[in-house]
Design a binder for this molecule. Structure first.
Ligand SMILES: Nc1ncnc2c1ncn2[C@@H]1O[C@H](COP(=O)(O)OP(=O)(O)OP(=O)(O)O)[C@@H](O)[C@H]1O
Ligand SMILES: [Mg+2]
Length: 422
């Protein structure tokens, strides 16, 4: 059996993290069998190497290896792509065609983005997994195939099952063995190593001296969230290698290439979907809006208290925590020095309008949250939709070019097109 180190070398996998090593060990162990494997992990963690390793180390290595991106094939044609079709099965089916499961007989099929498979295709897939049987679209003849399946996903499959988008029986059948690849932020020791490797590769490619990072740049590199994982790190290394004149990169220079690094915006943690696409920007905006809403509610509460009690120092004592929350420590100091001077005269409110603390808060929160959420969702959606439309127009409907312009993956663009019914 080949060692983990040898496999890393053979497949160009960089890193020494124990979770990565464990995942590779699992791949090596499972490869001689025909067991179905599900590779999980965030986007860009390197899932695509695992099925290649499994195939190459298996007795199927001389057979076909077919990688299918389930998320990129339109729903209407996926059954025919996977299982083939008979002549005349649908308009345009002028000839009988073999699907991947027939072609890969004796080999391995990698089903990438398996969570995107339509439910009807999932039924067909379950049958192949259970007894190797499938039927071409438009045929009634049962055919046999001997294919090993490795699938991958970056979505939370339990969520998909809960939402009835993925069959539970198929999930268990696919994930006899699950191999999870760690996110880059969980492999701190590998981050700089990977950067150095990419920087040196790009220096060779572009025939320029290798870029190096100063200490503060390295510490920024380690602190950053890397939502796009190794794919994002590789892109950053490439951009810096090409664009930076000065080959020594400090923290400030590096920061330009890291979206949201050093920004005061709160980091939004998203475990299920981590591409740097429009949705994460939208989530950050939501978070900021909700924080603002919460501050406003706290301010309303303080104002109400001031109006009721009429004494600034009383309110200050009673709501020290709240004041600190809204103004932070520095500003709180300012407030103290200004207001301690004397208890200012404040408005008093008539008896009959007095409300309890709770009811004021609950009522306000509700109206405000609803309004903001709806308005913002609408305008952000419109904006996104408009951007996508314009980009598609500019590129005469060519998704690849539009996706590149928008800075999102082709798959994400495809999903958006479906979502907006473009
Ligand atoms: N350990 C590694 N060493 C070197 N390069 C790596 C490593 N892991 C990933 N990469 C590179 O990072 C990029 C992204 O990897 P890959 O395409 O396998 O991601 P993925 O997990 O399939 O993501 P997605 O879910 O978005 O499809 C590729 O260019 C790959 O070669
Ligand atoms: Mg992939």
């Amino acid at each position: 059996m080949e060692s983990v180190q040898a496999i890393k070398q053979r497949f160009g996998i960089i890193g020494n993290d124990s979770k990565l090593n464990r995942a590779l060990e699992k791949a090596i162990q499972v490869s001689p069998t025909d067991i179905s494997v599900l590779v999980t992990g965030e986007s860009g963690v390197g899932k695509e190497s695992v099925p290649k390793i499994i195939h190459q180390l298996s007795h199927r290595k001389h057979g076909k290896y077919i990688a299918v991106n389930c998320g990129a094939i339109p729903e209407g044609t996926i059954d025919s792509e996977l299982f083939g079709h008979e002549k005349g099965a649908f308009t345009g089916a002028t000839q009988t065609r073999s699907g991947y499961f027939e072609v890969a007989d004796g080999g391995t099929i990698f089903l990438d983005e398996v969570g995107e498979l339509p439910l009807t295709t999932q039924v067909r897939l379950l049958r192949v997994l259970e007894n190797g049987e499938f039927i071409k679209v438009g045929s009634s003849k049962v055919q046999k195939t001997d294919v090993r399946i490795v699938a991958a996903t970056n979505i939370n499959m339990f969520e998909a099952i809960k939402k009835e988008k993925f069959r539970e029986d198929l999930y268990y059948r696919l994930s006899t063995v699950e191999i999870n690849l760690p996110a880059l932020r969980e492999r701190k020791d590998d981050i700089h190593l990977l950067f150095r490797k990419f920087a040196s590769d790009f220096a060779l490619k572009y025939k320029m001296p290798t870029v190096r990072l100063t200490e503060d740049a390295v510490s920024l590199l380690l602190k950053y969230r890397w939502n796009g994982n190794i794919r994002q790190l590789r892109n950053v290394a490439e951009q810096i290698s090409v664009l930076e004149q000065n080959r020594t990169i400090n923290g400030t220079a590096l920061q330009q290439y890291l979206p949201n690094a050093g920004s005061s915006l709160p980091a939004v943690i998203n475990t299920t979907k981590s591409e740097s696409d429009f949705s994460s920007e939208r989530e950050i905006l939501y978070k900021v809006l909700f924080d603002m809403k919460s501050d406003l509610n706290d301010l309303k509460k303080l104002t109400m208290e001031l109006m009721k009690k009429g004494s600034v120092s009383d309110v200050q004592k009673e709501h020290e925590h709240l004041i600190q929350k809204i103004y932070g420590e520095e500003e709180q100091e300012d407030i103290k020095t200004e207001t301690v001077v004397e208890d200012l005269e404040v408005l008093s409110i008539p008896e009959h309008t007095e409300t309890t603390e709770n009811s004021v808060e609950v009522e306000d929160k509700y109206h405000f949250a609803e309004e903001i959420e709806e308005e913002e969702t609408l305008s952000l959606h419109d904006k996104e939709l408009e951007l996508i439309k314009k980009s598609l127009e500019r590129h005469h409907g060519k998704r690849k070019l539009a996706a590149a312009e928008l800075g999102i993956s082709e798959r994400t663009l495809y999903r958006k097109i479906k979502q907006y019914d473009l």
